[in-house]
Design a binder for this molecule. Structure first.
Ligand SMILES: C[S@@+](CC[C@H](N)C(=O)[O-])C[C@H]1O[C@@H](n2cnc3c(N)ncnc32)[C@H](O)[C@@H]1O
Length: 261
């Protein structure tokens, strides 16, 4: 395990407050969102400048709107490029992995969470499945994830599959831990999202654990996990580091456990 290089191994019971050092390049989640916000900010700035030139009092209103959007973009990029890594380091530390688990990451993208998990299972392995959509993450591809795995020193510990999380190509009970970060909400219909939750439970073995971070539908995930027989189901806020533009698009964490047989 090689997390937080140069700063020693984090003590599991203490939260890691800063993001772990990363060598890979992980892109931006849903890159069209900050791009549209930047266009909006530019339009408002130009309108403010024009209003000021024409001596209209509304210039300050347009300028405030532009500054608001700039702050939202900064929060969004922080959450996507820094906050996610710090948060998932803490989540994974709290799972107190033994190091020999088989981990599955649903919608792994370029490997932000998959590779952090792989670094914590030196005697196990981590499998990532994805459809590699570039609208959901910039530069998303299997090759980009494999490159990142090599850069983070875990190429031999990971496996990637092209698959839809609603129909996982794995047998029942194959995994000890199932993770997912900001991916299940990308399934547009509620029934599809619940099918993904059912699949996560199916491939999890007895005593297996689930951790899902997402910006939408987290209460529905928790309810489905309870109905599927999971125990210790909880939902909590991930705080400002997971604000994708502001508190109205905030990440939450769902955790659950599959009972022992
Ligand atoms: C916002 S990205 C997050 C990627 C990664 N989990 C992370 O946190 O960096 C969402 C990912 O979900 C994937 N995805 C969307 N729908 C999917 C589906 N039905 N099955 C598998 N992956 C899916 C996308 O291709 C994308 O890689």
């Amino acid at each position: 395990m090689q997390i937080g290089r140069g700063r020693g191994t984090p003590i599991p019971s203490m939260p890691v407050m800063s993001a772990p050092a990363r060598r890979g390049e992980y892109g931006v989640d849903a890159p069209y969102v900050p791009a549209y916000m930047a266009l909006g900010a530019l339009a408002l700035l130009l309108t403010a400048a024009l209003s000021a030139a024409l001596e209209w009092s509304a210039w300050s209103f347009f300028l405030s709107g532009a500054l608001y959007l700039v702050a939202s973009i900064a929060l969004y990029l922080y959450a996507s490029r820094v906050g996610k890594f710090a948060i998932w380091s803490e989540i994974l530390d709290q799972l107190r992995l033994r190091g020999d688990e088989r981990v599955l990451d649903l919608g792994c993208g370029r490997g932000a969470v998959l590779l952090l998990a792989a670094q914590r299972v030196p005697r196990g392995g981590a499998v990532g499945i994805d459809l590699w959509k570039t609208a959901d993450q910039s530069g998303n591809s299997e090759d980009a994830t494999l490159r990142n795995a090599a850069l983070e020193g875990v190429r031999d510990r990971i496996e990637l599959r092209t698959a839809d999380m609603r129909a996982l190509p794995f047998a029942d009970g194959e995994f000890d831990v199932v993770l997912s970060s900001l991916a299940i909400h990308n399934i547009t219909d509620a029934a599809g999202r619940l099918t993904a939750i059912d699949e996560a439970v199916r491939v999890l073995g007895p005593d297996g654990r689930i951790a899902i971070a997402d910006i939408a539908a987290t209460d529905a995930y928790a309810e489905r996990l309870r109905r599927a027989g999971c125990v210790d189901v909880s939902v909590r806020s991930l705080g400002w580091r997971a604000w994708y533009g502001g508190p109205w698009v905030a990440g939450r964490l769902v955790r659950a456990k599959k009972p022992a047989r």
